[in-house]
Structure formats: C-alpha cells, structure tokens
Design a protein around this ligand. Structure first.
Ligand SMILES: Nc1nc2c(c(=O)[nH]1)N[C@@H](CN(C=O)c1ccc(C(=O)N[C@@H](CCC(=O)O)C(=O)O)cc1)CN2
Ligand SMILES: [Mg+2]
Length: 288
C-alpha cells in the first residue's frame, strides 16, 4: 500500500479563503476589520519566520496587523504591561504570544494576562477548561488544524481508536480532547509509555506530536491507518517530522507530509480564530 498524502497547504488555502470572505462580510456590515496582535520576544530565527508568515497572511485576509516586537531581555513586568495594554485595546481582536519566550520569562504567568476572549492561540487556562468540558471556546491552532484536515479527508472518528503521542499544552492535550469530543476512543502516549509501538499499532488514527525526530516508524502503524505528523525538525538534509516518512508511507492509508501538512494549517486556524474572536467581541458589545 502507498499512503495518500494529506495536502495541508491546499486545505489551509481553503480555510484562508473562508476567513477572507468572513472578514469582507464583517467589514461590509460596517464593523471594523479584525485585528491580530502578534507578540514576538527576541530574535529566534524560526519564530521570526512563523510570525512573519502569520502577519502576512493576516493582511492578505483583510485583517489589521498589530505586531509588537520586543527585546529578548525584556522584563516579565514590562511584557505583562504590553499584554495588558493589548487586552484593553478595542482594535485588538486577538493576541498571540509567540512561543517559546526567552528562558527568564514565566510563560504561564504571561499567558494568564491574555483575556480568554482574545486568546486566539487557545492556550489560556480558561479556554483549556472549556475544551476539557466539551464547551465552545477558542481552540489551539495546531490541534484545530488537525481536526479540519481529518474532516477534509473524511476520516471517520466516532468509535475509532485514536492514539496521540505527546502531552504538551500546545498540541498533545488539546488534541486528545478534540478527538474525544468526536467520540474517538483516545489513548494518550508520552515519554513513559511502556510499549509505544504496540499501542500505536492498534490505532486507526495516530497523531504524533512528540518532538522527537522519526520516533514513529512503519512497525508502529496498522496497515491503512491515518497518520498525522505534527513534528518539525531542521536537519542538514532539510525538514523532517516525528514520523519516518518513507517507511510509514508504505503502510499507512493517509499521511501528512513535512513540510506541507500540519504546519500551514496552524496559521490558517489562527486566522479563523481571530475572526471568531472579533465576531464574539462584537456580539457582546452589541448586546451590552
Ligand atoms: N504561540 C504559539 N507558538 C507556537 C505555535 C503556536 O501555535 N502558537 N506553534 C509552533 C510554531 N508555529 C506557529 O507558531 C508554526 C510552525 C510551523 C509552521 C509551518 O507552516 N511549517 C511549514 C514549514 C515552514 C518552515 O520551513 O519552517 C510546514 O510544516 O509546511 C507554521 C507555524 C511553535 N510555537
Ligand atoms: Mg481497532
């Protein structure tokens, strides 16, 4: 068998077109264009690329780019003040703190300054709590993007055995919650899992977000399974994921490539969350 590749680039394009249409409708009805505040601390080259792409795609979708670039040595309290200012600025629909931040800063305390209503990354405790209760909030972008990809390729989830490899706040935990909401039987694996290969081999759907290059090979995949690779690692030979692509390609039924799989979906879902946040803020002020 050779897996069919899931084209994240194309699906992300579709999502961005939907967002642009939603923005046009909002603006045509006399509302301000949604505004996205990307907050980048320091000069990490990969983060700079991601934020540049977020800003460019934000403008392409007709939204306002309200970027802040702050020095790597900024203090916790100065950064908190910037976030507090964005929190009350009516032009800002969504706030995104690019991660990771420099080591001297306390990420959890910073995220706590972002109001849940503007938390377009879905990383606040409030939005994570809503997700855990199966209620509507802003969903983290990468797991949200994985769900959209699974739906675009008609992957059946109800009753399916789904394995999530990884338990990060950014991907693994919310991913498991989203699959559970869709009635999958979810197993969450991590660095202490005893027999990762045996657990994965039972799965109809595997989402790998371990942050370990090539951790999942062909031996861990049931023939015909759907395999989603969230990993992204720079090597002298180019970008690779958490999945050993060539091996898994000959076993899986559906597989995401790296690059061009999950990555582009992350930014597309950020834009979708920003429009959703703008709409919700708007409805509140209309009702107020
Ligand atoms: N606040 C956040 N920080 C981080 C997030 C996040 O969702 N919110 N996710 C990652 C980085 N990330 C977005 O921020 C991100 C990673 C990768 C891509 C992407 O499009 N990847 C391309 C390859 C691009 C390349 O050449 O590097 C692909 O996979 O095709 C987009 C966004 C950590 N931080
Ligand atoms: Mg089974």
């Amino acid at each position: 068998m050779t897996a069919r590749l899931m084209n994240g680039k194309a699906v992300a394009r579709t999502v961005r077109d939907e967002v642009a249409a939603d923005v046009s409708t909002l603006v045509a009805s006399g509302r301000p264009a949604p505004g996205l505040a990307t907050v980048l601390v320091g000069d990490d080259p990969a983060s700079e690329v991601y934020v540049r792409n977020k800003r460019r795609q934000c403008v392409e979708a007709g939204m306002a780019d309200l970027h802040r670039h702050l020095p790597a040595d900024i203090t916790q309290s100065a950064l908190k003040s910037v976030l507090d200012e964005l929190a009350t600025d009516p032009a800002v629909s969504g706030i995104l703190l690019q991660l990771p931040v420099p080591k001297h800063l306390d990420t959890a305390a910073l995220l706590a300054r972002i109001p849940a209503s503007k938390d377009v990354d879905g990383l606040t405790v409030a939005n994570a709590g809503l997700l855990a209760r199966g209620r509507v909030g802003l969903v983290p972008c990468t797991p949200g993007g994985v769900m959209r990809l699974l739906d675009e390729y008609d992957v059946a989830l109800s009753g399916a055995d789904a394995v999530v490899v990884g338990r990060s706040e950014l991907v693994g935990r919310p991913m498991a919650q989203l699959l559970l909401q869709r009635d999958a039987t979810v197993t969450q694996c991590h660095s202490r899992t005893k027999d990762l290969v045996a657990v994965c081999r039972r799965a109809d759907v595997i989402v790998v977000a371990a942050g370990v290059p090539g951790i999942i090979g062909g031996d861990a995949v049931m023939p015909g399974a759907t395999v989603i690779d969230v990993g992204i690692h720079r090597t002298p030979d180019g970008l690779i994921g958490d999945v050993r692509f060539d091996e898994v390609k000959s076993v899986a039924g559906l597989l995401t490539p790296v690059p061009g799989g999950v990555g582009p979906m992350t930014i597309a879902m950020l834009l979708a969350n920003t429009v959703a946040a703008a709409r919700a803020l708007d409805e509140r002020s209309v009702g107020a």
